[in-house]
Design a protein around this ligand. Structure first.
Ligand code: SAH
Ligand code: MG
Length: 196
């Protein structure tokens, strides 16, 4: 136990939606190239993405938030297995109810997809001046391209909320957002200097 491969296998067997390989590789590269040293992650699940991000550089510090107790417990165990307790702080709480004072170079939103606007609005207060907010699952398995063809009403509503988030990002004048077609679709929102 204690390899990235094991984590991936556990996630697959237990239907835990961890980042896809090309998405996480993109994120690792972004962290390296932009010299990111502090990260706030919303949605830890079993700690997989936090562990991969922490392994980019031993000077990176991550705070990650998870509301599901079982997943939180798995994540705590995994962070210990990888001996990354000194780099990763995990908090068991609903991110919308948490008060965090610290500022971060990167905020990574990967939690409830219908609430991305709320997470973005709340946690932009925790972003350093030149910081970036990255969000995962902007394509939602390709469904965001044709929401009207979705039969399930709940799923259609969710996919429409993701598209509303895309619009919100495009119109947000305080950030410049790029949409990257890697993994399940990622947005990169860089704060425009002097705004907020
Ligand atoms: N980032 C992880 C995957 C996260 S899956 C990885 O790639 O390895 C999304 C997780 O967000 C789920 O475990 C879910 O329980 C959690 N989540 C959803 N809404 C949340 C909220 N409001 N606060 C905290 N965690 C939340
Ligand atoms: Mg995701």
């Amino acid at each position: 136990m204690g390899s990235i491969k094991d984590l991936k296998e556990y996630a697959k067997n237990n239907n835990i939606p961890i980042m896809q390989e090309d998405g996480i590789e993109f994120l690792e590269k972004y962290i390296k190239e932009n010299n990111i040293k502090s990260i706030l992650e919303i949605g830890s699940a079993i700690g997989y993405s936090a562990i991969r991000m922490a392994k980019v550089d031993k000077n990176i510090k991550i705070t990650t938030v998870e509301r599901d107790e079982n997943r939180y417990n798995e994540a705590v165990k995994n962070i210990e297995l990888f001996k990354l307790n000194n780099q990763i702080d995990i908090i068991l709480k609903d991110a919308l109810e948490i008060e965090i004072k610290d500022k971060f170079d990167l905020i990574f939103i990967d939690a409830a997809k219908a609430q991305s606007i709320k997470f973005f609005e709340k946690f932009q207060e925790n972003l350093n001046e030149n910081g970036t907010i990255i969000t995962d699952n902007l394509n939602f398995h390709g469904l965001t391209k044709n929401p009207d063809n979705i039969e399930s009403k709940n799923l259609r509503a969710l996919v429409k909320k993701i598209n509303r988030y895309r619009e919100y990002l495009k119109q947000n004048e305080n950030f410049k957002t790029e949409f990257i077609e890697t993994g399940d679709g990622i947005s990169i929102s860089k704060r425009i200097k002097g705004n907020v």
